[in-house]
Write a protein that binds this ligand. Structure first.
Ligand code: ATP
Length: 302
């Protein structure tokens, strides 16, 4: 395992940001870390990267205890909404980080990462003059500098336009192809769905679910039904058999099924009860619907 934690906990005063987190992450995958605002994701990443000390619990990253300097040399980290030194040029910033990483072939590594993040030709401008998207790209370049075995990306695309997001997705895929493990924290669930091999959901500081992406999304089918003549009585009857049955504002219905084989029986039962069917459309569940089911049930997250 490239990351393993046992009951990792971080308290800030009375506030428990991370509560007994157990993680077991295999090398070579793109791993998504999901949860609502304030769920404890960034705090967990900071413990894994050695930036904050856990209050209790333990863990290893790259086979070394949390905070170990030799493991940090093989790790890249793009923090969330980080402000880099405005007065430096992009090149100065990369040189500075290259020194921190004690890189031997600085020049080659810097041109490699500038090319990867699409900032060639912009490196001599001051970071303060960069757009938000360019700042995010230079941050990603810093994280990629040491050719890391493990890279933590905390909201890497929040400031990027759709083309920038696609570029970052491509970078993530190429990192994985080269064997790098990517730990991705993002609220952009369609992106997580597109690149992650497995995901963990965290809610109010606790891990509530971990699963492989294919297993998570293959389990259910969301069926949309457009029909006429469905009485309240029949709705209530069907609702007893299918708890997930819902009426949408446009009058259509949705129901979550375990198998395609349940569709004919449902259609037959609707017709037998005098309903006129116009449309039955099955969709595989998206990560967004799964996310809502797992962590979206209550009001504001703390
Ligand atoms: N340095 C700190 N001092 C006090 N409380 C903190 C500190 N850092 C985080 N917290 C609290 O810990 C909880 C978890 O915060 P964290 O930033 O880890 O969540 P998150 O899941 O990364 O949220 P977001 O998606 O909004 O970035 C929040 O309630 C936050 O207010």
């Amino acid at each position: 395992m490239i990351i393993e934690t046992h009951a990792l906990t971080k308290k800030y005063g009375n506030k428990t940001a991370c509560d007994q987190i157990d993680l077991s992450i295999e090398a070579g995958q793109v791993y998504g870390f999901l949860g609502r605002n304030g769920a404890g994701k960034s705090t967990c990443i900071k413990m894994l990267t050695g930036l904050v000390f856990p209050t209790s619990g333990s863990g290893t990253v790259l086979g070394r205890p949390l905070g170990d300097v030799s493991a940090r040399e093989k790790m890249g980290y793009l923090p969330e909404l980080f402000r880099y030194q405005d007065w430096m040029t992009g090149l100065d910033l990369l040189n500075f980080h290259a020194q921190l990483f004690k890189l031997k072939n600085k020049k080659d590594q810097i041109s490699r990462v500038l090319k990867l993040v699409g900032l060639v030709g912009q490196e001599n401008y001051k970071v303060g003059s960069y757009s938000k998207g360019m700042q995010q790209r230079i941050g990603l370049a810093c994280a990629l500098l040491p050719n890391p075995q493990l890279i933590f990306l905390d909201e890497p695309t929040s400031a990027l336009d759709p083309i920038g997001r696609k570029d970052v997705r491509d970078i993530i895929v190429s990192l994985k192809d080269e064997g790098t493990t990517v730990f991705l924290n993002s609220h952009l669930l369609s992106e997580v769905e597109a690149v992650c091999d497995s995901v963990t959901f965290i809610h109010k500081g606790k891990v509530v679910k971990s699963a492989r992406m294919d297993e998570l999304l293959m389990t259910k089918i969301l069926l949309t039904i457009r029909a006429n003549g469905l009485t309240e009585e029949l709705f209530a009857k069907l609702n007893k058999q299918h708890e997930s049955l819902q009426k949408l504002a446009d009058g259509s219905l949705t129901v979550s099924l375990n198998d395609y084989e349940e569709i004919p029986a449902l259609a037959a039962s609707l017709i037998a009860n005098g309903v006129t069917l116009y449309e039955l459309t099955p969709h595989r569940e998206t990560l967004e619907t799964v996310f809502m089911q797992i962590v979206g049930e209550e009001g504001q997250s703390s």
